[in-house]
Write a protein that binds this ligand. Sequence first.
Ligand SMILES: *Cc1c(COP(=O)(O)O)cnc(C)c1O
Length: 361
Amino acid sequence: MNRVYNFSAGPSALPLPVLEKAQAELVCYGNSGMSVMEMSHRSSDYQKIIDDCEALLRELLSIPDNYKVLFLQGGASSQFAMIPLNLYTEKKKADYILTGLWSKKAQKEAARYGDAKIIASSDDKVFNYIPKIDKSMFTPDADYVHITYNNTIYGTKYAEVPDTGDVPLVADMSSCILSEPVDVSKFGIIYAGAQKNMAPAGLTVVIIREDLIGKAMDICPTMFNYETHSENGSMFNTPPTYTIYICKLVCEWLKENGGIDAMHKTNLKKAEIIYSFLDSSEMFSATVADPKDRSLMNVPFVTDSEDLNAKFIKEAKEAGFVNLKGHRTVGGMRASIYNAMPVEGVQALVDFMKKFEAENK
Ligand SMILES: *Cc1c(COP(=O)(O)O)cnc(C)c1O
């Protein structure tokens, strides 16, 4: 069977060269005589894999030396609890900006341990925009501010990093990490579930400024304490070894293809192809109207008929464009066009949409 164009929001498509490399090394890795899956995480072969993965991430994202890179489990969803448990001081005050389901979940979890104030929200319009933020909205003595940088379900993204002054900014970048350059020094914590743009499921990457480590609340479980993982090189317990190995291959692939700047250019081109079609089509439209709020990675779109949406999803699937059904809270369609989706895949989808529109006028 041929590979399809996979527009899944996550777990999502991986670059074909990465899968082929993993296949070639699956049974015997290097001179180890075994698969990476079978290796002790304490072996020197494996230590090199995790060290290389970290070094590549640091290089690709220009991560400053005063930040740690942690390889954790539990998904981005565990971070929703780890962040307040590690960052709340005696004040237990945080600011949350609600831009979708994931930020809502993050806020709800933080509210279990302290005062997680909602300072802005786009809930009034099914999260189809990024609220306007200015400095005066932030609580001056908050322990941190939390944002979801790219909203996987609703297809929005911050056009710029909010200026929170001295208050650490915490960002969920699950669905946009490695897709465009970011100035890591503007953030206290960046975290991402790997299964969107980095690796298969099972790994959560946390990039954290060192001074935010080691101040966890007393009730914080050992496994939820950043210090536990920071002091043990992400090997306090068994890390998700194989997923970290694939993450390393993905980073190598990115580096070989020009790094994050080159990837960003390609991503801008892909987004331009699909959004410009959506803006000119009489049948399809993007649910996020303001171009500055639009995600480069997740593109939700609709027709004005549920029947037509269903027909489109069915026929697209038959033509080899899969996982285009939108999230149940938005309806319609969503094309997730992460790094692994080539320009040709987006162009082929748009060509298919044009044909579908002509046939169903
Ligand atoms: C997918 C996703 C999550 C949830 O990730 P898990 O790893 O499944 O917990 C959280 N935030 C964002 C922005 C996501 O896209």
